[in-house]
Design a binder for this molecule. Sequence first.
Ligand SMILES: [Mn+2]
Length: 253
Amino acid sequence: MLKNTNKQRVLSQSEKSGRRLAISDIHGCSKTLQSLLSKLQITSEDTLYFLGDYIDRGPDSSGVLDIIIKLKKEFPNVIPLSGNHEYQMLQAEKEYDEKSFYFYVQKLNNSTDLLNKKKKLRKKYRKFMKSLPYYIELEDYFLVHAGFDFKKENPFSDANILLNIRNFKYNKKKAKGKSIITGHSPTYYKKILKQAKQNNHIINLDNGCVYTKPHKIYDYKQLGKLCCFNLDTKELICQENIDLKKINKKDSR
Ligand SMILES: [Mn+2]
């Protein structure tokens, strides 16, 4: 049976029977996640990696965490990693005073549903977020929320970098020739497809599913899907955002 923990166990190809799938950057879009999961029809043979950023921005951070916590209980091979949003939420609770923490949760991140009556993180969510590893190494892949700074002597040790870096350069030696699956930086759908098809060393799965409206940096028309990547077939299975009110993509041109 496949099992992976913080300590990591590398599995040989022959041990695997189910699919290996990865999903990133759900950002509070629980209905979109639920719909993608219905398409995927996960079984206990499959291994499903989540690459972090479950919470914030979208309408239902607690709903997303509830789905993943439940899925993890049902299936032994559901492996969620931390994103910068989970890490920052834990840091904010630890470091900010009560008022600043509430401002951070409510105004900056739209996630008051994670809090109890005392305006603290609900225990089950704190416990879950604290349990998340920052990256995972498989025999043929690294999985990490943002990426690795291969300029560092040890690119695997600094959580802040693993969860926040953008536009990092691949280093074949330090990555042991393995491909790297990330999220974190919204990437246009065509580019994700291209990375997947061309067998890139770095594949970023984040199609910014929470970006469904005109945006000052991004062309939102090329974002808005929650994507699942099959690590073996390199296939993408995606779900358009259904949590947020959409501006008709044709009308808005
Ligand atoms: Mn992120």
